[in-house]
Design a protein around this ligand. Structure first.
Ligand code: ADP
Ligand code: MG
Length: 695
């Protein structure tokens, strides 16, 4: 391939693109002409017709024309320039908060102007705030033929110049048809009646006249569907590639024997559920093969994932290998540390704890034990994959609550255990039921096991939605609960972003509850406490030395106190559904009926009411996650702390779910029949971000 081909030709070769623009485009991941034509509009503006003012309603973004009736400066808290215009059907107000005298005088009565902007309800009927406007001499020739594409920008880059560059490179690509190869097999295109690649790109960059903004938004346009399909396919193939490549490596063999397994299950205070047994079987098989296990265990909160992972730990240690267990928070890491020490009493001294907060001699000791191999099981936070951590022979990596980590972090830890020929086994656990779309884009590189059964005797948590004003009733409920020897969580989820403020507010709430509940033993745990202090409080709560634990969302994942059966969550309307479900999962872990009170600050919006209603109606984490995805979009469902979030250019995980089956089928077809098209397709859509797929 020569560098003159659009696939690799630099954007610098376009007219109007100087050194500055090259750098700015780079920030958008754009280096070549191909990158440019695959930089797709994220929305469109409709300037194809002039709307009579009496036909517009709030919420529309439209082009209108009218003559100025009057223009005035309104004095007040915030001065504004008000300009009323009318056509022969109605009038509308334009409102400017930033304006100057010249603008005021230009908009003199009788002047004809065109303007474009979003229509809103104002004090005196409809208005547009800060419209784009132009003084015109007639309404002829002011409309455009097609919808105008609006592209994602970066600082310093203007819409008009980006649009021009994309136009240029698109026409270069179209002139040399074979320079922009269509990697989708002909057969697939005709099967799904998709347009060719060049036709699809052309439609999205300059939609034909008959195409409406609604069609593009709803996504039922063949051109858009085709590109969304291709993008999802590229992401899916990247992960499959990654998995295939990883599975080719050698891995340590952890031979299992029946006695070992029997001893393990006998040592537990309960019988494994069928689902847990099935996963133990899968893990046994995986670890006994010569290739690395890559398994995701998905199970709702409380389904008992930790025990299953303990079995894998046992296999690895018996085979003479080290295990790393990574948890997303210190509290959770501490809890695992505690549980594993209980379960593996005979190797207690070989269980090592490592988090970012560990300092000095303690840290040095941990690092040494990891390096010389005396640490058999290392439990910690993401500190485990820092550069200073060297394992002697890491054979198994366990990642708990994977949704809190990005794909990148998962891959980084993997590197810790690699030798020239071997790769470690990986077991990943998550309580967030991942909707299928997200799973396809995040976990296609893993084999998925689902724990679809809760330990016997668990009763679904009864959930109520209560306004903040009914606090007295809540407090009475806690009193009654405590008298019945049950324990309670009170979760302060605060409005402020800042951790300091959250903790302060949690302290205030604690004081207030201590005062209102003199017969209740109240304790507080929050994110800014020292590890040892937190651990001591949690342990004391577990031992029932406290009746009520006030906490910030640090208790969100994993905390396990079966006797706690009432949870009160403040400001519930501000949290995501999946997060609320996780918090609620702190109760319902024991034999008795548990309750969750979702307390909100009125007034509750319609969506707010709907969202909390979903939690009241359902205890099924999977259904809740699906709803959460519909209501909030994928970024939030996966958690804001996720760093490896998949960025999509055109596919929309809510809108395009109908494509999933064909994406999966086509991926299989390409792997078996068109393998050489796979890498170019991935590079085209994922660009340089696909580099992390290298294994
Ligand atoms: P999660 O899947 O949320 O991580 P855990 O592994 O923390 O769940 O288990 C939740 C609780 O259920 C723990 O107290 C654990 O000891 C208990 N548990 C796990 N498996 C079983 C079982 N098969 N029968 C009874 N209790 C179990
Ligand atoms: Mg857990």
């Amino acid at each position: 391939m020569t560098t003159n081909e659009p696939l690799t030709q630099s954007v610098a070769s376009l007219s109007g693109i100087g050194a500055q623009s090259v750098i700015r485009l780079q920030k958008l991941g754009i280096e070549t002409l191909q990158d440019l034509v695959f930089h797709l509009p994220h929305r469109y503006e409709d300037r194809t017709r002039i709307y009579p003012i009496n036909t517009i309603t709030a919420g529309m973004t439209v082009l209108i024309c009218g003559t100025v009736d009057f223009t005035d400066v309104l004095m007040g808290g915030r001065n504004s320039l008000i300009c009323r215009i009318s056509d022969n059907t109605a009038y509308i107000t334009l409102r400017f908060f930033h304006f100057n005298a010249k603008q005021h005088s230009n908009l003199s009565p009788g002047t004809l102007i065109s303007c474009f902007g979003e229509i809103r309800h104002g004090y005196q009927g409809l208005e547009i705030i800060h419209p784009e406007y132009k003084i015109i001499s007639s309404t002829d020739n002011i409309t455009e033929d097609c919808l105008s594409p609006i592209y994602p920008l970066t600082e310093g880059l203007r819409q008009a110049s980006l649009r021009k560059a994309i136009k240029q490179s698109l026409s270069i690509c179209l002139e040399q048809q074979q320079s922009l190869p269509d990697y989708l097999p002909e057969f697939i295109l005709s099967k799904y009646q998709y347009p060719s690649l060049s036709a699809a790109l052309q439609t999205l960059h300059s939609p034909e006249q008959q195409i409406t903004a609604e069609q593009l938004q709803q996504g039922d346009l063949a051109a858009l569907k085709r590109l969304a399909f291709e993008e999802l396919l590229a992401h899916h193939l990247m992960l499959i590639n990654n998995k295939t490549a990883y599975k080719k490596w050698q891995a340590p063999v952890f031979a299992a024997n029946k006695t070992q397994r029997q001893e393990f299950t006998d040592s537990l205070p309960f019988k494994l559920t069928k689902a847990q047994q099935r996963i133990v079987d899968e893990i046994t098989l995986d670890c006994n093969s010569h290739h690395p296990m890559l398994r995701l265990v998905q199970g709702d909160v409380g389904s008992g994932k930790t025990v299953v992972s303990a079995y894998a730990v046992l296999l690895a240690i018996n085979a003479g290998y080290q295990v790393a267990l990574m948890a997303p928070t210190e509290l959770l890491a501490e809890q695992h540390h505690h549980s594993f020490k209980q379960w593996f009493k005979n190797i207690q001294s070989h269980i090592v704890y490592l988090t970012g907060r560990l300092r000095g001699q303690q840290r040095k000791d941990s690092l040494e034990a990891i390096e010389d191999g005396s640490a058999k099981l290392v439990i910690g936070t993401h500190a485990l994959f820092q550069n200073s951590v060297h394992f002697k022979n890491l054979g198994l990596i366990i990642i708990d609550e994977q949704h809190r980590f990005g794909v990148h972090q998962r891959l980084a830890l993997r590197e810790k255990g690699q030798t020239k020929t071997q790769r470690p086994h990986q077991l990943i656990m998550t309580a967030t039921p991942i909707p299928r779309t997200l799973a396809m884009l995040n976990y296609s590189d893993l084999d998925i096991s689902i724990i679809d059964e809760l330990p016997p005797g668990r009763k679904p948590v009864t959930t109520s939605v209560i306004p903040n004003q009914r606090r007295q009733q809540i407090i009475a409920k806690i009193n009654q609960w405590t008298a019945n020897k049950h324990q309670t969580y009170w979760v302060c989820t605060l409005i402020e972003e800042s951790e300091v403020l959250q903790c302060e507010a949690a302290e205030k709430t604690t004081e207030h509850l201590k005062y209102s509940l003199p017969n209740v033993r109240v304790a507080l745990v929050h994110g800014r406490m020292k590890t040892a202090e937190k651990e001591a409080i949690m342990q004391a709560f577990k031992n029932h030395e406290h009746d009520l634990l006030v906490a910030t969302t640090v208790i969100e994942v994993g905390v396990d106190v079966p006797n706690a059966s009432l949870i009160i969550i403040e400001n519930a309307e501000r949290l995501g559904l999946s997060q609320l479900h996780q918090l609620r999962g702190r109760v319902g872990r024991g034999e008795q009926q548990s309750y969750c009170l979702l307390v909100y600050q009125p007034p509750l919006s319609d969506t707010g009411r709907e969202r909390l209603g979903i939690l009241r109606e359902s205890n099924d984490g999977f259904a809740i996650a699906e709803k959460d995805l519909q209501l909030r979009g994928p970024g939030d469902v996966m958690g804001t702390r996720q760093t490896g979030q998949v960025q999509l250019k055109i596919a929309d995980l809510n809108r395009d779910t109908d494509l999933l089956d064909r994406v999966q089928e086509t991926a299989q077809l390409m792997i078996s029949k068109y393998p050489s098209a796979i890498q170019p397709l991935i590079d085209r859509w994922l660009g340089r971000s696909s580099q992390y797929s290298e294994v």
